[in-house]
Design a protein around this ligand. Structure first.
Ligand SMILES: [Zn+2]
Ligand SMILES: [Zn+2]
Length: 318
């Protein structure tokens, strides 16, 4: 039987794409080391940066918080956790508890922002609006969630926002953009992308690590996380793409790595040519492809809907 390539110890995991077998402890070290190398390679974090880790309470974000807190443990107050409370009754509370206790155990500051305080409505309240329009919950939530994390990062005076997107997320999004004919959006995946309207850098330190390995890290490190998915989750195309990629990877180990390389190569060529021009949103000033940004557009529509609901309820009950 194969032994650990690092120390000769008891095997725990074999990377099919490289044939490397590792024990639990060397596997753990390899994830930390890969994260450190990814951060260095794309110059994600500079000395003196204040890093806000977006923590949802799932395995990926709790693992990222733990790895970054470990890597920067000699620089107190450089890593902190931010969470978004979308206001999904019963679901979010458990995840926020995990985020809270992880932050406490690691001794890092934790800040929670809610949809309600930022946008004036919770996801629960916004949902029947969404159903009328046939907008998928995840794309709807994604728009607001990104903005909420940005807001939280500004509040805690962070210079970097780290999200736990892994290699699978990257490759899925890459393929989905191609399938939607949305080539202009590929630039958003560029790890070196800067946004002049938002000076806080957005980084993805797990972007070169397989989802399976992040899950194994969380499991091996006994990180308690919420495994129940969001009750509104209906991913449609993304879950088909995920299944397809997993089949490809099983039949051709390393395929996801190759797609990551191809994606990054394409994006760097594309973004050096003159890409799509953005203008400032007339309401909030963030970049937008037309007059109003996605957040402000959806927000106005949801507000109108929520107010109408409230009014009709008070009339009906009156
Ligand atoms: Zn070992
Ligand atoms: Zn806007």
């Amino acid at each position: 039987m194969a032994v650990c390539a690092g120390c000769g110890g008891r095997p725990f995991y074999t990377r099919r794409y490289s044939g490397e077998t590792l024990c639990a402890s060397c596997f753990r070290d390899s994830i930390v080391e890969k994260t450190r190398r990814t951060v260095a390679k794309y110059q994600m974090i500079a000395p003196g940066d204040r890093i806000a880790v977006a923590v949802s309470g799932g395995k990926d974000s709790l693992s990222l918080l733990k790895v970054l807190a470990g890597l920067y443990s000699r620089r107190p107050n450089h890593v902190l956790a931010v969470s978004v409370d979308e206001g999904v009754a019963g679901y979010r509370d458990e995840a926020l508890d995990h985020a809270r206790s992880a932050a406490r155990d690691l001794g890092v500051e934790h800040v929670v922002v809610s949809y309600k305080e930022l946008f004036g409505f919770s996801l629960d309240e916004a949902l029947d609006w969404k159903e009328e329009r046939d907008v998928s919950s995840c794309s709807f939530c994604g728009v607001f969630r990104r903005r909420a994390i940005d807001e939280a990062a500004v509040r805690v005076k962070a210079s970097v926002v780290a999200t736990a997107h892994n290699l699978d997320d990257f490759v899925q999004t890459f393929l989905m953009n191609l399938m939607h004919g949305d080539v202009a959006r590929l630039g958003w995946l560029d790890p070196a992308r800067t946004d002049s309207s938002f000076p806080i850098r957005r980084v993805k330190p797990f972007m070169e690590i397989y989802e399976e390995e992040v899950a194994l890290f969380a499991y091996q490190d006994r990180i308690p996380f919420q495994s129940v998915s969001c009750p509104y989750m209906h991913e449609g195309l993304r879950s088909e793409v995920r299944d397809y990629l997993n089949t490809m990877e099983a039949n051709h180990p390393g395929m996801k790595n190759v797609l990551l390389r191809s994606g990054l190569d394409l994006i760097s060529r594309y973004s050096s040519s003159s890409g799509k021009q953005f203008v400032s949103c007339s309401a909030c000033g963030k970049p937008s492809s037309n007059g109003l940004c996605n957040v402000c557009r959806m927000r106005a529509a949801v507000e109108e809907h929520v107010n109408m609901e409230r009014n009709s309820r008070s009339v009906g009950g009156g």
